[in-house]
Design a binder for this molecule. Structure first.
Ligand code: SF4
Length: 332
């Protein structure tokens, strides 16, 4: 793999967290600062430089900027938008473990993220209460070992790839010792926002295990996909790791057919990544301004279906608390 300059850890530690630095870097007006500071006091600003570099300077409507810039609208109280929209705390048998669906469990590997997406459904999640210390980790291994209906473990977060490779390797070794487990899946935005995250040691950890590894990226707009990301993913894919993408449908960011079409095509043509899910927004407090109704979403994806081959059409879905799986939204 062609080495990229600067390590992912350096990019993580130098991520922009001060709204005034973001505005200055992008040559945006100072009058945005008070609102950005108010909203960032509720959910911190965090955006790494490689992601900022994909934004257009001076453009308030940049679709990547809109995903990270804190706004006053986040402080609005909107009926139906809550702090735990997926009722995850009701499916939390152990600290750090969520068991909602038959056959798979989800690990809250870390509370850390490389980027704070303003629409994040876990923006209020009590990460402090879900730390994965050695005791919690052993309890989780025991829980999974005792239930042979579980075949897959999802590493989530936060962003699971914010975890050092050595620790991921140890966790994978613990899981691989459970005979009924067959797959591990990582839901991550990190390679999109810091492509340097795909290190040789990560590739080794994911491929030197008997468990089949799947990576589900999170990219919402074609501007997030570039040759740096494609170059970073290639060795991972060549080593046999399946890479998919899921996106969230976001008002004024990707809610038009041309943008969604370009996203699917660029993911596949440039990076060999297949679209997987397109989620409607989970109603988390602070994100109502991103929302699109299910009917609008269905109309949009029906039109998208006319434009793309079936394998490039993401599945439009919503997560409904208490349901045994994601709910697919039917198309006209
Ligand atoms: S990277 Fe994922 S978990 Fe982290 S803030 Fe964004 S959407 Fe939420």
């Amino acid at each position: 793999m062609q080495p990229l300059t600067d390590s992912w850890q350096q990019h993580l530690s130098h991520a922009i967290s001060d709204p005034s630095e973001l505005l200055q870097t992008l040559a945006l007006p100072d009058n945005l600062l008070p609102a950005a500071q108010r909203a960032a006091a509720q959910f911190a600003l965090r955006v790494p430089h490689p992601f900022v570099a994909k934004m257009k300077k001076g453009d308030l409507n940049d679709p990547l900027l809109k995903q990270v810039l804190p706004l006053d609208s986040e402080l609005d109280q909107v009926p139906g938008f809550t702090t735990d929209p997926l009722a995850e705390m009701q499916s939390n048998p152990h600290d750090g473990l969520i068991h909602k669906y038959r056959g798979r469990v989800l690990l809250i590997t870390t509370g850390a993220c490389a980027i704070n997406c303003r629409y994040c459904f876990r923006r209020h999640f009590p990460y402090q209460e879900n730390r994965l210390g050695p005791q919690q980790w052993q309890a989780i291994l025991d829980y999974i070992a005792a239930d042979d209906s579980i075949s897959e473990v999802l590493f989530s977060g936060g962003d699971p790839l914010a975890t050092p490779d050595r620790r991921l390797k140890t966790m994978l070794e613990g899981l691989a010792a459970i005979p009924h487990l067959r797959r591990v899946r990582f839901h991550t935005r990190l390679p999109v926002v810091i492509p340097q995250r795909v290190t040789d040691s990560l590739i080794a950890a994911l491929t030197q295990t008997r468990l089949r590894a799947v990576i589900v990226l999170h990219a919402n707009h074609p501007n997030e996909i570039d040759s740096q990301l494609a170059d970073a993913l290639r060795p991972l894919q060549q080593a046999g790791v399946q890479v998919l993408n899921q996106a969230v449908l976001l008002r004024d960011i990707n809610d038009d057919v041309a943008t969604l079409k370009a996203l699917s095509e660029k993911l596949f043509d440039l990076a060999g990544v297949l679209p997987y899910y397109l989620f409607v927004l989970d109603p988390v407090a602070g994100s109502a301004h991103f929302d699109i109704s299910d009917t609008e979403a269905q109309t949009l994806v029906s039109a998208l279906q006319q434009e793309l081959p079936g394998y490039l059409l993401p599945r439009l879905a919503r997560e409904i608390p208490g349901k045994p799986s994601k709910t697919l939204l039917t198309l006209d």
